[in-house]
Design a protein around this ligand. Sequence first.
Ligand SMILES: [Mg+2]
Length: 274
Amino acid sequence: MTSALVPAPSTSATPGRVVANNGHEPPTIDAICLDIDDTLIDFTGSARSALSVVIGSVPLGRGDLWPTWQRVTEAHSAMVVAGELDYDAMRHARTKAFLAGLGRDLDDAAVAALEDRRLAQVSRTWRLFPDVLPCLDWLRAAGLRLAAVTNASGPRQRDRLTTLGLNRFFDVVVSAGELGSAKPDPVIFHTACAHLGVPPERTAHIGDRLDHDAHGANDAGLHGIWLNRTRRPTPPLPPTIPVVDTLADLPALLVTDYRTPTVTSASTLPTPRT
Ligand SMILES: [Mg+2]
């Protein structure tokens, strides 16, 4: 773990990495924004497990229903951001709509009971990715200000960060549900920067969604970094969007392709957690 956090002299040959710097002066970074779901927390793993509770309770036939669940979730999450539903109402409406779309119309009491079981399974199964704590330790030791920027519910994400011991790392948590603006809207990125007291051009944002996180941050004037945990094929990207497949590579990226206030070379690296 420790060795993965020590930057190599040159990163251009590091597997899974795309170098951000295109031969220009490295940008200075004073703050990092991090997405939460599937960046810090294995959201997909727990949500898939929880969906199996729904499918097991209401037999829905064969096939992978995860893509359908994701589509219904995206549509209903947009209603939260638009202020049309609160988060709890959204969860109920989502499960009801998901089942109705598969030809199973359940009454509200049955949906509520099912949703309670699904949510309990989410809480039982969420976990941190193993590269998270060493990375956050390093970022803090490097003197960087940190924000968590999420498209999900603010109170729920704060609960998760607290439960998982992560809240101590973050100066601010910015959520789409509270702000009324979701990634990739520049408003949510600029709000995070304002809370951090750092301008967008000195802030990097990393997350698992190429569109919402990396391109969204880049388009908002931050330095977008794509966390490609599942190693999907990398489409053509502008040189300003680097790619890492683990947070263990983020410190090396920040030292080699950017500049940070207190860390300018391997000899001045903070000591990460061992
Ligand atoms: Mg995410």
